[in-house]
Design a protein. Sequence first.
Length: 250
Amino acid sequence: MIEAQSLTKRYGEVLAVDSVSFKVERGEVVGFLGPNGAGKTTTMRMLTGFVPPTDGTASIAGHDIFTDPLAARRAVGYLPETPPLYPEMTVTSYLRYVAAIKDVPRARRREAIERALERCALTQVRGRVIGTLSKGFRQRVGLAQAIVHDPPVLILDEPTVGLDPVQIGEIRGLIAELASGSGESQHTVVLSTHIMAEVSAICRRVIMINEGRKTVDESLDDLKREGRSLESLFARETGSETPAAAGASQ
């Protein structure tokens, strides 16, 4: 579903991402980990077509990001760390706008919006102005814009950052539902986070990068069988303390 081949990004003399390769199969939920500045967000932006690679390539749902960029973008739902919201719009009008720019056919647009509202538990605030919503609800709107065109792939960058413990639990549950399908479309998910408990609760596999290079690509089941924790793995691979020891209890 996702295949990155030697993805590399330079900013002048700075090598932000250094020949990163990995595959994510249909229906997988992968935690994408690394310290601040490791290249996680840059890699995600390359996969979503927001930033062109300096070298290497990637395909999303069989569509090459270079040779078939429009189809590759249509196959991805992207939630950046700061959701791309318009605070003066209502939830429904914003999703209508997003559905239009993501080429959801006019005949299917109302159905797609209703589906996104229901899946993200936004029906009770559909007429509210986004700027008046709590951060937890704004994050739900961000997820709704990522899924409104029903993409097979979701790429989520720090989806619970800045939320309180109750909101974190709600968003984690929603992501887990989107990944499992729960009677609806099942999404392949790449989730970037600093909270180890989040990866343990949602993901089946972890990919870790440090200083722009991939250092780990293992299933959580294998780690558990070997008696290793994500916290100790992170500390070993990055030479630092774990990024969210406090987050493990959230």
